[in-house]
Design a protein around this ligand. Structure first.
Ligand SMILES: Cc1cc2nc3c(=O)[nH]c(=O)nc-3n(C[C@H](O)[C@H](O)[C@H](O)COP(=O)(O)OP(=O)(O)OC[C@H]3O[C@@H](n4cnc5c(N)ncnc54)[C@H](O)[C@@H]3O)c2cc1C
Length: 385
């Protein structure tokens, strides 16, 4: 019988949740699985888009971490204040936690403050508080110019701003405000979902433009002025707005930077198949990582990858501890729904590790893919809690 081991899972988002659940299922009870998370509950991020347009209420897409305690996972609520990957130790709310294995799943931190004026001027649907605050702002909006912008060329969920634009457009149509509203999407990136390849990018752009939404790629916002309600871009263009909705840029969590885990790429470097860091027994998964692809851009930050990586790492640790089970490798496959409004969605899927460029196809839009996303939400919120 092996001695008792402790696995520290840092972060209770998509990756951390899946990893902790899988480890608890695969490890005998004498081994400890500790999940550290600062929040009391988990919010299913893809549904924030529905929350924004009133199709969901926050409690419907939120689950308490208490459900994990009933499964035998030790949930420690608190801030990871520091991390020593060499010693496999984390300080959480002043208390030292030591693991035999550590999974860093602390995500990427939104950093809207990098754009002067953005926070004071607009609303973001990317956080629960932001999506909730956008509801009344949208209800008060009686027409004019709706500006949607991405504050950086790369961000979590490359589909999200495009879905947001189409869902907002559908909401305005439903409320008979579409004729009185001009909608423009100013993107810092050269096109939608660029890492998925030119065909997918063209497809998503066509979906957006078919709704009469003006699309302006390669517009990097520099400042936003709340008083004059104008956004200024690095190419000299200025755009006025009556309602501003944005996707913020992000940065790696400071505690991961301080731990010396973040390289020049801006994320934790890992083996692209095993998610192992350069520290033995320490893995990193999900948005906190940066995995370079042959085409010169990193693997997109998306829950689907965080999930798959968590399964791989949990399996590797369970196998190392028990000597049983199959090994697995993360192969870069992923898929995502692209909500287009009116109860329809597109569906992109493929191999992001394919070389020289990812091989991804886009299907739809159709009702079946929207139903698929609803099912994903229901299953997710039931399965992991
Ligand atoms: C609006 C929106 C829609 C999206 N839609 C999709 C989609 O349809 N499909 C898809 O694949 N992806 C989607 N995503 C992206 C997806 O949510 C992320 O890629 C995914 O959550 C990443 O998982 P993660 O575990 O790496 O990080 P997260 O899920 O961000 O988890 C990190 C966790 O760590 C915690 N944490 C951070 N720092 C600390 C600290 N110091 N101490 C304690 N706790 C800490 C955080 O509170 C958080 O719970 C969407 C994102 C947004 C914003």
């Amino acid at each position: 019988m092996s001695v008792s081991k402790t696995i520290l899972v840092l972060g209770g988002g998509v990756g951390g949740l899946v990893a902790a659940n899988r480890l608890r299922r695969d490890l005998p009870a004498r081994h400890r699985v500790i999940l550290v998370e600062r929040e009391a509950s988990h919010v299913f991020a893809p549904s924030l888009l529905w929350l924004m347009v009133g199709a969901r209420r926050l409690p419907e897409i939120t689950r308490s971490f208490d459900g994990l305690k009933r499964k035998g996972i030790d949930v420690v609520r608190g801030e990871v204040e520091s991390l020593d990957p060499e010693l496999k130790e984390a300080v959480v709310a002043g208390r030292v936690l030591k693991g035999d294995y550590v999974i860093v799943a602390l995500g990427a931190e939104f950093y809207p403050e990098a754009t002067p004026g953005l926070v004071e001027s607009g609303h973001t649907f990317c956080t629960p508080a932001g999506a909730v605050a956008l509801r009344p702002a949208l209800a008060e909006f009686r027409g004019g110019r709706l500006l949607i912008l991405t504050a950086a060329p790369a961000y979590k969920c490359p589909a999200a701003p495009y879905e947001a634009a189409m869902l907002l457009e559908a909401d305005l149509r439903k409320r008979d405000l579409r004729d009185r509203t001009r909608i423009d999407l100013f993107a810092a990136e050269p096109g939608p979902m660029g890492v998925a390849g030119p065909e997918v990018s063209r497809g998503v752009r066509a979906m957006v433009e078919s709704k009469g939404i003006g699309y302006h790629p390669e517009h990097q916002v520099v400042t936003v002025d709340a008083a004059t309600r104008r956004a200024r871009f690095s190419n000299g263009v200025e755009a006025e707005y009556d309602l501003l909705v944005y996707v913020p840029g992000h940065r790696p969590p400071p505690v991961v930077v301080a731990a010396g885990l973040v390289g020049e790429s801006g994320g934790v470097s890992v083996d692209r198949h095993t998610l192992a860091t350069r520290f033995e027994g320490v893995y990193a998964i999900g948005d906190v990582t940066s995995i370079p692809l042959k085409l010169g851009k990193p693997l997109p930050k998306a829950g689907v990858f965080a999930h798959a990586q968590a399964e791989v790492v949990a399996r590797a640790i369970a196998r190392a501890v028990t000597g049983r089970g199959r090994s697995a490798e993360f192969d870069g496959h992923g898929e995502c729904f692209v909500e287009t409004g009116g109860g329809k969605a597109g569906f992109g899927s493929g191999d992001f590790y394919a070389e020289p460029v990812p091989r991804v196809t886009l299907r739809g839009p159709g009702r079946v893919w929207h139903v698929g996303k609803v099912l994903l939400e229901k299953v997710w919120l039931w399965r992991w809690f």
